[in-house]
Design a protein around this ligand. Structure first.
Ligand code: BEZ
Ligand code: FE2
Length: 407
């Protein structure tokens, strides 16, 4: 049993409660959380690990959507337009994947840990990132991805997906959890969607999918028109989308832990359906910005929870959640900076946890002990400013605790 105290403890519960001069008692789970004074009374004679001045304890950050297999990209891919980006991904994919060795991915995971991430939703296309995730202390929900819109390839692609999922399942542990990703409505044949979802439901695995990321995707899925037309004709010999957005969404009923990434072009009906499905939206604001896609209109979510994802280095210059949170804070200029900072910290903790069916993202009795400590340069006078000051000033964390261990 360990006890850690600090000037501030942010619980990330529904009310965003903050304890001044607080302490946390934990093993691999949180046993107790209270003011330091009360903890000293309840646990006399126990050693208490004190933090530096102006330190904040909060739940470890949850990056709900990242593609580690694209970690070798920095300046290669084309940004500024979704089609130009997609074409550049297809032409550079093999070289980038080859450069993303387990060693490189491990370095990136280590950096993510130092910048406060304790859990990731890793979208894996090939399982080339699996060993690095297993070796890392970071908790990984490992989303084995299915992709392929051509009917004649569906059986082969499904067999490959099942093999990757089986191998992920063999490695499953307390901090490595297999899951299912369906690439998108435009790139996955309905047969593959149906079969992979049947598997996910049967085995109660979390599911995630990209959905309506670009105007081009909207035009293609709704009207079989726009810039996707040329892409599908040239690469896949197709003149029509394999599904309509609502038909696609309808297939996801009864998935317990479900998330849709981007959704920036989703209609009100789509959002209503996503809400009915009890799903979350993975918000990747930097990725949307660099590809010149639309910014997610948070005012339209109408009670749908959103989470924070960096997406991969294929569409971001950083995998740090604090960089991502700063970008979100700066991009959503219509939100009040003080209140929105609290919303963002909840999105990056408890909402990510709920989206993936975890018992994390909150400092609460019986939750997993995934905790970060952040030391601010000076005193925060008004407790109400704490979330904002943390987002504005944190580059790296002081301590990272995952499953009760200092890592
Ligand atoms: C496919 O494999 O069918 C596909 C991949 C990427 C984009 C679109 C389609
Ligand atoms: Fe993505």
């Amino acid at each position: 049993m360990k006890i850690l105290s600090a000037k501030w403890v942010i619980t990330c519960d529904e009310d965003f409660s903050i304890i001044k001069d607080g302490a946390i008692v934990f093993t691999d789970k949180i046993l107790d959380i209270d003011t330091l004074e009360n903890i000293q009374i309840k646990y006399p004679n126990k050693e208490i690990i004190q933090s530096k001045d102006n330190t904040v304890l909060m739940p470890g950050l949850i990056n709900s959507h990242v593609h580690l297999e694209f970690s070798a990209n920095s300046t290669t891919l084309k940004y500024g337009n979704f089609m130009a980006w997609l074409n550049s991904v297809i032409s550079n994919r093999d070289t980038l994947i080859e450069k993303a060795t387990p060693k490189l991915i491990s370095t990136k995971l280590d950096r993510m840990k130092k910048t406060g991430t304790t859990t990731i939703g890793a979208i894996s296309s090939y399982s080339f990132d699996m060993q690095a995730c297993i070796n890392s202390p970071i908790n990984t929900v490992f989303f084995c991805e299915v992709i392929g819109s051509k009917a004649d390839m569906a059986d082969t692609l499904f067999a490959d997906f099942k093999n990757r999922l089986e191998s992920a399942k063999k490695n499953s542990s307390k901090n490595f959890m297999p899951a299912v990703a369906i690439h998108s409505a435009y790139s996955v044949h309905p047969f593959l969607v149906r079969e992979s979802l049947a598997l996910a439901k049967e085995q109660n695995l979390p599911v995630s999918t990209h959905f309506l990321e670009s105007p081009e995707e909207f035009e293609w899925l709704h009207k079989d028109e726009g810039l996707f037309t040329e892409f599908f004709r040239n690469f896949l010999g197709q003149s029509k989308a394999v599904t309509k957005p609502m038909e696609f969404l309808n297939q996801f009923s009864n998935v317990k832990n479900l998330s849709f990434t981007h959704c920036v072009e989703a209609s009100d009906n789509d959002l209503e359906k996503i809400k009915l499905l009890g799903a979350s939206i993975n918000h990747c604001v930097t990725s949307n910005r660099v590809l010149n896609n639309t910014k997610l209109d948070l005012k339209r979510l109408n009670g749908i929870d959103f989470t924070i994802g960096t997406d991969g280095l294929s569409s971001n210059n950083s995998l740090s959640m604090f960089d991502e949170l700063r970008n979100a804070l700066m991009m959503h200029t219509d939100e009040n900076i003080i209140e929105f900072s609290k919303t963002l910290l909840k999105a990056a903790t408890i909402n990510g946890s709920k989206a993936m069916g975890l018992n994390k993202g909150k400092l609460q009795k019986d939750a997993d002990a995934d905790i970060i400590s952040i030391t601010l340069a000076d005193e925060v006078v008004d407790k109400d400013d704490l979330a904002m000051q943390i987002i504005l000033h944190t580059k790296s964390v002081e301590k990272t605790i995952i499953g009760g261990e200092f890592v």
